[in-house]
Every structure is written in structure tokens, then in C-alpha cells.
Design a protein. Sequence first.
Length: 379
Amino acid sequence: INAEYGDSSVSLSLSLSLPVGIHTFLHFNMEEPIEMKYYLENPTSEEAISECKRVADIFCRMGALTVRDPRVTFEDNSIFLDMVENYFNQPTEQKLKDARPELSYQVGATPEGVENPRCLVDPACKQLIDKMEPENKAHYPTGPDAKWRYFHSIGPRPEVTQFPSFHSQNIMPEGFLEWNKNMNNWGEKLANCGHTLSQMAAVGFGLHPLAFTELMINAPHMLAPTASDLHKHGKINTILAGFHQDLNFITLHGKSRFPGLFIWLRNGKKIPVSIPDGCILAQAGMQFEYLTGGSVLAGYHEVVVTDQTLSAVQRAKDNNKCLWRISSTLFLHIASDNVLKPLLFPSNSNESAVLNKFPPILAGNQVERELKVIKLHKY
């Protein structure tokens, strides 16, 4: 399905169309984690090149993978989760002090009931759900997401940009003296993992190792934890984050303390996410799809309350733990003032047709376009 939206063609396909040299067999479960240590130790070693090829292969076939990065310490994830739980456990009025709707909510807090999943407004997305097999069907979004979010920028910002609202100063909430330290610590580790994974993907596709990451210099990377109040929204099948794709390059997830995240593989298979201990989940976003000419498709996902979620809620209650579900999420972006255009093409594709589908566009304009669809950008 290709859905025309505004002046763009939004890919809603789950079919296979892979670059030359990429295997076309299907897997119905997540692959073994990518071992990043080989590339970090020696990026030209046989083991490293093999893992790079796996990165490209799995992204093409599945749109998502898990990676084990020895630089990422998960004690830092626990510190991050504890702090963010404490933040969202505050009264709503206190959190609203950190919301910046005039900046399209691209920094600070986004309240629940603000962000609309694309399928709420895009008929082609609803049609995609209609065509799914019952066991793989997404939940139809019926309203804005029940989740809150907090945006905290990671990394340097450009001195001059056409998109200043995407590069605003971070907000430090009242009473959280360790906020910037802990957010930066965890966010930088996820961003470093994403940068290395992007280099490995480039090598696996036969591109220069820096083909993707040189486009990320001064990009608006965002540590973007979501927060869902399971005391308030703890009923079975409650949609916390409706079926959608991410607009950025790669989204990285650490472990959450409550299950409920589902992803769709390129073959249309819906799977519950269970991140192996010591690993990060990485899912392709729209900018990755753009730069690969559709060789990689932006992955779909949703977060809903399941029986497993409720079991975790009961355990948390029994141990007097917080009932806010926090995601450990980072959005890795292409720099706003850089141009998105295909760097490679799917095998047996018509290059002219691919270029027509993915015409050159500034990454900042692409982000604005998507934010307007989900009702975060109103200007």
C-alpha cells in the first residue's frame, strides 16, 4: 500500500524488496543479537565484517534487531528508570510546567492525550490493519495516546539552522538536581550504540562506514522516555501508544520494567518484544527507509496493556513499586539541515521510480511534515 499524504508518498508496505546480495529468506522470530564488540575492537576484522553484513541483512528482512554493546552498562538504565519514574509520579500540574507546546513539544514534557498515532488520521494506515491476519492484527487507535513523553536532547547542536525549534535548550525539572547528569549519561550511551550500529549498517550495505553518521553531525537526537500510568490505564488492551512508525533514523530501546511493546517484522509478523539481558533493541525509522530507497522499511510498533503487563503490575503492587511504565527510548536522527535522498536502491528496482518516491527533502522538513500529521506541530 502506498498512501499519498500531502506532497509525499508514505510507504505502508510490508512486502519484501531487498538490495543486491541480501538474502530473501524469512525468519519469524528475532535473530541472535548483533555482537558489537568485534567492530569496536577491529572494524576490518572478519568477525566485524560478518556482523556488519548481518546488520544490513536483518534490517532489510525484519526492520528491527537486538544488539549487545559492551559500552552500555545497565546499572545506568536502572538509575535512569528510577529517576524518570519519580518525575512522572509527581502531580500533573507540576509536570505541565515542563511542557512546551510552542516548540512542538520537541523538548520537555508531552502530556497524555496530545500525540495522535498516524492510524487515527490516515485511512491507508487503517487499511493496512484491515489486511492483517487476525493473529498479527494491530489494535485500532481510537484516540490520542494515553502515554506521556519527555524529550531531552543528546549531543551538540548546530550554531546555525533553519529549524531552531528542534534544537532548543533542555529543560531541567524542579527538584531533580541529577536530571541532566543521568539523562545525558544514559542518552549518550544509547546514541553511541546507535552511531556504531549505523556505521555497521553502512558497511553491510557496501557504503562508506560514515555514509549515515556523517549526516548525523549536530542532529537533534532525543532521549525520549514515554510514561504510562498503569494505575490509571491498567485495563487489558488499553492502547498506551497506538500503531505507528517512528519518523527518525533508528530508535533504540533499553528494557522497560513492564511488558507491552509489540513490533511488526517486514513479513507482517507481530511479535512481543523481549529484549535479551544486556541488549538494546533497534528499530528502523522513516529516515532510514528514505536513505536506503525503501531497502529498509520503517518498522511499525504499538504499546498495549496485556496479561503480562498486568502480571508485572501485580508484582509491582506486591513490592510497593512505582506503577508508571517508562520506556528507555532514544531517537537517533539525521541532522535537520541535511538532505534526505536514497544512497542505495532495492534490487531489481526502477531507480527512477525510487527517486520519484523519495525526492530530496531536508530532514527538518520531513520531521515537520510528520509532526503535523500526529498533531504535535501546528505552525
